[in-house]
Design a protein. Structure first.
Length: 196
């Protein structure tokens, strides 16, 4: 029998807060190098297993093996574990806003390009908080400023990711719906800390 510990947190297993809302995203500060350089940097991140959350009726292409994410005061951090087949020339990882009421914004990371760089943005707000950064190695890790999505302190970002090859969407996570994180207010870091 598979346990939650073996599957990790899937969309179906993700705990709910008051009123069914998603709980606050964990506060993390990883070093973007695309490797497991420190056991603790992604340990507290939300962990999504796309295969577990898809169910047998909605199998994914299997390109995205795992997604982890967390936040700090200014950015969304995402780490994606990909199948080797996803890392071909012309293939990109796209992280995009999914809120129909806001202007759309997306950040693209080339999967066969330079190992370190800046995401390529389409749409979104002026880059007053910078464009973020990415690293592609063992994992794809990205730092995406909330400001580029037009998200201010206390506002929520609905987002999803996709693997695209030559402009064609190969796989989306989640398949239906989106993830949601809230950009913390200035005092949130004082209330969300961990001694582990």
């Amino acid at each position: 029998m598979l346990t939650r510990a073996r599957l990790g947190k899937s969309l179906r297993d993700e705990p709910k807060g008051p009123g069914g809302a998603a709980p606050p995203a964990p506060y993390i500060r990883p070093r973007l190098d695309g490797r497991d350089s420190d056991f603790y940097e992604w340990r507290d991140a939300v962990r999504i297993d796309p295969a577990a959350s898809s169910g047998s009726m909605h199998q994914t292409a299997g390109l995205v093996r795992e997604v982890r994410y967390g936040i700090d005061e200014r950015s969304l951090f995402v780490r994606v574990t990909l199948d080797a087949a996803a890392r071909s020339e012309g293939t990109v990882l796209v992280i995009e806003s999914a809120d129909a009421e806001r202007s759309s914004a997306s950040a693209s990371v080339p999967l066969a390009g330079p190992p370190l760089g800046t995401p390529v943005w389409q749409g979104g707000a002026a880059p007053d908080e910078g464009d973020g950064a990415y690293a592609c190695d063992q994992y794809v890790e990205a730092r995406l400023p909330f400001g580029r999505f037009g998200i201010g302190p206390g506002e929520s970002l609905e987002w999803r990711l996709a693997v695209e090859r030559a402009g064609r969407r190969e796989e989306a996570v989640p398949r239906d719906g989106s993830f949601r994180v809230e950009r913390p207010r200035a005092d949130r870091r004082l209330t969300h800390w961990s001694a582990t």
